[in-house]
Design a protein. Structure first.
Length: 237
């Protein structure tokens, strides 16, 4: 037998990441994500400033985030993948936690400085929809902590864990997976205006790069949580 028969070309990788869920499932997830994004645009544009609408919207956000995570969990289960596998290395020691915390803090410093430059070039500022959503009362701030934690966990798993892995497998290219999930992440924040969509899409790409580099979602989860936790400072009394 000729030794070259069936051999891979020298420039072709011997392994490519595969899909972690059926394509129809990804379509279902994107449909649900688009529906929630559309609702956000309509709802936030009509939100009347006051504690009751904010609390109601907080609980809707919490429910929708965990529902999306549940959809992902069911989809990847059919291919033998678990949420723990998507997240990556466990914090088996305190040093591993503090290592990832240090990475998250360093990422926050760099990303916020970089995104501030991008926002400045775009003349992007916080719009009224975002200001209406930020917590004011003690109760709202208490619930906001759970909002930040939920966003850090759920959005990193569903977007950087699931969608990034899925699109990387679909396009056979990690950069394409990172960029695609970043664009979708930005688009899901359309209620903040198109300029902020661009800024958030770039943030999504940076978080995607972090997940790809670390082979873990844990630093991104910490960074995302701490970033959103800053919303406590943006409200009022």
């Amino acid at each position: 037998m000729n030794a070259s028969v069936g051999a891979l070309p020298a420039n072709q990788p011997t392994h490519m990441p595969g899909l972690i869920a059926p394509l129809w499932h990804t379509g279902l997830f994107l449909f649900a994500l688009a529906g929630l994004s559309f609702w956000s645009v309509r709802y936030h544009s009509s939100l009347q400033i006051g504690p009751s609408p904010r609390i109601a919207s907080y609980f809707f956000i919490l429910a929708s985030e965990w529902i999306l995570l549940g959809i992902v969990a069911l989809g990847i289960r059919s291919r033998g993948t678990t949420l723990a596998a998507l997240i990556g290395e466990r914090w088996s020691t305190a040093s591993k936690f503090f290592r990832d915390l240090g990475i998250a803090l360093g990422f926050l410093v760099f990303s916020n400085l970089f995104l501030a430059v991008i926002a400045g070039l775009l003349h992007s500022t916080q719009n009224q929809n975002v200001r209406n959503l930020l917590p004011h009362t003690a109760t709202e701030k208490a619930v906001w902590v759970f909002i930040a934690l939920t966003a850090g966990i759920c959005e990193e798993i569903t977007i950087r864990g699931y969608l990034q892995r899925q699109f990387t497998g679909l396009f056979r290219n990690s950069a394409a997976g990172i960029v695609t999930q970043g664009v979708l992440f930005g688009s899901a924040h359309a209620y903040q205006g198109w300029k902020q969509v661009v800024v958030i899409a770039i943030l999504g790409c940076l978080l995607g790069w972090l997940a790809h580099w670390r082979k873990s979602l844990r630093p991104g989860i910490l960074a995302h949580f701490l970033q959103d936790l800053g919303g406590l400072l943006g409200g009022g009394r």
